[in-house]
Write a new protein. Structure first.
Length: 670
């Protein structure tokens, strides 16, 4: 009888088979396959569902105390060198498998309603299956090289999904931006992997950790080289998990369909970076300086994302910058040497952020029936308001997500975020303070999103405001444009069912990480769980918890007065008085402008100069060589007469010329 862990290789393979077969069908029989929309969708959803079932079985085995399972085969060998591939199942992999398959399964069900009328329906489900398979393959990879293969597959699938509506300029540009920025991080990751192999001769996680420690002790690898290699490896997670300054691709990725935003921002692409740092914890724990760098980068990202989210009017981009901020919290935990806390926040965040994004998709789906399919209008909160009356399920689940991410007990976000702040308070008090302030900002901007979207009066039928927003975005409007196309309505069951399901873990799953009895820590690191339980003191827990809850309630209270009761006009109080800061935040810290001027324009200028060198120097040398060859050939052809007497005459003339030359030069001094 096979155990679930021994069948775990099927988890990434099942969605892969479905995606490949559907993709081959689209390439070979496009029209026929597109007519089979529902059967293909049901088949792909079923395959992901079966993968989820296996993932739960694997997780249950690990919870029961099963030993890790690793199955390897030799993929390549040369002399003494062998390169193993295969899969590994341990508690960390089991948690991630269950998380990814759950979110992917629910997103695919949701997509049936959201993408029902899209002509690329089958192509979308095919991409989803391939994307899920790539992430699942990354999770079970037993070494860095195999992780890198699936790492790139995840990047490729994200490029296809972000640019799914490739006929839209915004989507095409966003896909290119995500691809280029991630290539920067992936190049550093590749250099780091090669550096680790040079230093240790291994790609295995434990092998590189112990091998680098031995190399440092033996003096064969200098300390600066080891630090450089570790930081190069971290560049990959920096890009994938949208850490400053490589975070700029993530908000633009909102140009893709909303289900993709939920999948990317919750449990797949952005989670890959945090997961890899957790996998490399035995390596990074040897270098406190690397941990400090990771913590500082995470803290900057945390504060940056929250500060920019304060001014966003696009519903999806507000949630996108929220994701950037929460990823910063996760990296802060990793830098503090608390991977269990970071992974716990990854899990809790995945559920409520997936719910929030799917809720935003439900709102946009309804708004499109009122303002049309122009994303600028359908996603702008200035045209929303009062949606709770028409969309009660979406509103309630969105409110639950807002409370959870704000860190209000007993919902999930409180337990995971509070644990991170507690670890930061012990390790880096200054970074804790920044994270503490960010918690208040998070509560404020999330309830700002909720009140602008679901409370008050509906503003979507204001045609003058619609025209102004289009003009602000550089789009021309016509007086004959028909903005009002229908009425607000709740989304179909296929979209509201995932929202209801995700609301349950968003409320309760945090209880699994209660510090006095952390089931989550007991699974990932039993010794840490025992230490947490033994060292737990209410006198230490309550002040920090009370402080984080208090600042979150302060942020919520400010949002209530400003956007629900409308007793405070933040535009007059803050925006008009501090225009410099307001513009700084609206323009996203000017980071996109800096990238545009330095990297984009700079690379174009460099490309033009290289083109000039290529055209004038390289091409000139090649053309000159050709002309000399052509000219010499043209001249020499007249000496090819075929007459022996003529050739003898040439030889005789050459001898006479040599004699004359030597006569002029004189006798040799020797």
């Amino acid at each position: 009888m096979y155990s679930a862990a021994e069948l775990a290789w099927l988890i990434p393979v099942l969605p892969l088979i479905g995606g490949v077969l559907a993709g081959m069908g689209l390439i070979s029989f496009n029209k026929e396959i597109n007519k089979l929309r529902k059967p293909i969708a049901i088949a792909l959803v079923s395959l992901v569902g079966f993968a989820a079932f296996l993932s739960y079985a694997v997780l249950i085995e690990q919870l029961a105390g099963a030993a890790p399972v690793e199955h390897l085969f030799v993929w390549a060998s040369a002399g003494d060198f062998t390169l193993p591939m295969g899969y590994v199942i341990d508690p960390l992999a089991a948690v991630m498998l269950a998380l990814v398959t759950t979110i992917a399964f629910l997103v695919m069900i949701y997509s049936h309603g959201y993408m029902a009328h899209d002509k690329g329906y089958v192509r979308f489900f095919t991409y989803l299956a391939l994307f899920s398979s790539s992430m699942l393959g990354l999770i079970v990879s037993p070494n860095l090289l195999e992780i890198y293969v699936f790492w790139e597959l995840v990047g490729m699938c994200s490029y296809l999904l972000v640019g799914f509506w490739y006929d839209r300029d915004g989507a095409a540009h966003a896909a290119q931006k995500a691809f280029v920025v991630n290539r920067v991080g992936d190049f550093g990751l590749l250099l780091g992997i090669l550096g680790l192999f040079w230093a240790t001769g291994s790609f295995d996680f434990q092998g590189i950790a112990s091998g680098l420690a031995d190399a440092l002790q033996a003096g064969t690898v200098p300390n600066w080289a080891a630090l450089t290699i570790c930081l190069l490896v971290f560049m990959g997670p920096m890009a994938k998990s949208a850490q400053f300054p490589l975070h700029v691709w993530l908000p633009d990725a909102m140009e893709g369909p909303t289900p993709i935003s939920a999948l990317i921002h919750a449990a797949t692409m952005v989670a890959a970076g945090v997961f890899l740092v957790a996998r490399l914890e035995p390596l990074y724990s040897q270098f406190p300086l690397v941990g400090l760098v990771i913590a500082i980068v995470g803290t900057i990202t945390c504060f940056l994302g929250a500060s920019i989210a304060l001014t966003q009017m696009d519903l999806k981009k507000g949630l996108a910058y929220s994701t950037v901020s929460q990823l910063g919290y996760m990296m802060l935990a990793m830098g503090c040497g608390a991977p269990v806390a970071g992974m716990f926040h990854l899990v809790t965040h995945a559920f409520f952020k997936a719910m929030l994004f799917l809720g935003s998709g439900s709102v946009i789906h309804s708004m499109e029936d009122v303002v049309g399919h122009e994303p600028i209008l359908a996603q702008d909160m200035r045209l929303m308001g009062g949606l709770r009356k028409k969309m009660p399920i979406t509103a309630v689940t969105f409110l639950i997500g807002c409370i959870a991410i704000s860190g209000i007990p007993p919902l999930a976000g409180f337990w995971s975020k509070d644990e991170i702040l507690g670890q930061a308070f012990i390790s880096f008090p200054v970074l804790w303070f920044i994270g503490f302030l960010t918690a208040g900002m998070t509560a404020f901007y999330m309830f700002r999103l909720y009140f602008l979207t679901f409370e008050g009066e509906f503003r979507g039928e204001n045609k003058e405001l619609q025209s102004q927003l289009l003009l602000m975005a550089g789009k021309e409007t016509d007086e004959t444009d028909e903005f009002h196309a229908g009425e607000l309505h709740e989304s179909p069951w296929s979209m509201t069912l995932p929202l209801r399901i995700l609301a349950v873990p968003s409320i309760f799953i945090g209880l699994l990480g209660a510090p006095w009895n952390s089931v989550f820590a007991r699974l990932l690191n039993p010794s840490e769980a025992i230490e947490m339980a033994e060292s737990f003191r209410w006198s230490e827990f309550l002040p920090l918890a009370f402080g984080s809850v208090l600042i979150s309630i302060s942020g919520i209270t400010l949002a209530v007065f400003a956007y629900y009761l409308k007793r405070i006009d933040l535009g007059k109080l803050v925006a008009s008085r501090y225009k410099l800061i307001n513009n700084f935040l609206i323009n996203k810290w000017y980071l996109d402008d800096i990238n545009e001027k330095i990297f984009i324009r700079g690379s174009r200028k460099l490309a033009r100069e290289v083109l000039e060198v290529d055209a004038k120097v390289v091409d000139g040398i090649v053309n000159l060589t050709g002309l000399l060859t052509l000219g010499s050939g043209e001249g020499l052809k007249y000496f090819e007469t075929g007459r022996a007497q003529f050739y003898a005459l040439i030889v005789f003339g050459g001898v006479i010329a040599l004699v004359a030359l030597f006569s002029v030069l004189g006798p040799s001094p020797i």
